[in-house]
Design a protein around this ligand. Structure first.
Ligand SMILES: [Zn+2]
Ligand SMILES: [Zn+2]
Length: 170
């Protein structure tokens, strides 16, 4: 999202736009709806404060059951774009230095990063996803399989040992 400097008024204003995956160079994850960005802008004499809200829907694949599902993304970012910059930390990602002859501020990278940061490291279709059966591969969220009947239940192991000891003592 590019903000044209000469289109801004002094003081507070809100601007919004819809962006595509292509605009933001996002290939993963797949976007299921356009990205809407709403910017609250406060323009002063030496700097412009920008608070952005980023919304879209992405298609994710569950790490546990491998089913794809949609998830709404709702992220925020804040930046300060400064006209006067000598003392600023240039490596601060929340700071943008506006070159003297610039006519726009490009926020695509901030929007891009906000979307990717809103996606959790561990992707689960739901908190209690039961995953796939390691033996037969069925999706245990949809079907129950008979595999675990044949598997010994670990919780009974200590009791078996107990029974064994009792028998030996006789
Ligand atoms: Zn799942
Ligand atoms: Zn199974």
């Amino acid at each position: 999202m590019k903000v044209r400097l000469n289109s801004l008024n002094d003081g507070k204003q809100i601007i919004s736009a819809a962006l595509s995956a292509g605009d933001l160079s996002i290939t993963e994850p797949e976007l299921e709806s356009p990205v809407t960005v709403t910017l609250k802008i406060d323009k002063g004499a030496s700097e412009i404060k920008i608070d952005g809200v980023v919304k879209t829907t992405v298609k994710l694949v569950c790490d546990r059951c491998l089913t794809s599902f949609s998830r709404a993304i709702n992220g925020t970012f804040s930046v300060i774009a400064s006209f006067t910059h000598p003392e600023l930390e240039v490596d601060d990602e929340n700071m943008i230095l506006i070159p003297p002859k610039a006519n726009e501020i490009n926020l695509n990278e901030h929007v891009h990063d906000t979307i990717l940061l809103a996606i959790p490291m561990k992707i689960l279709c739901r908190e209690d996803c039961r995953g796939l059966c390691p033996t037969c591969g069925v999706n245990l969220n949809q079907t129950d399989c008979q595999c675990d009947i044949a598997e010994p239940d670990a919780r009974w192991e200590p009791l078996k040992k107990l029974t064994l000891n009792v028998t030996e003592e006789k």
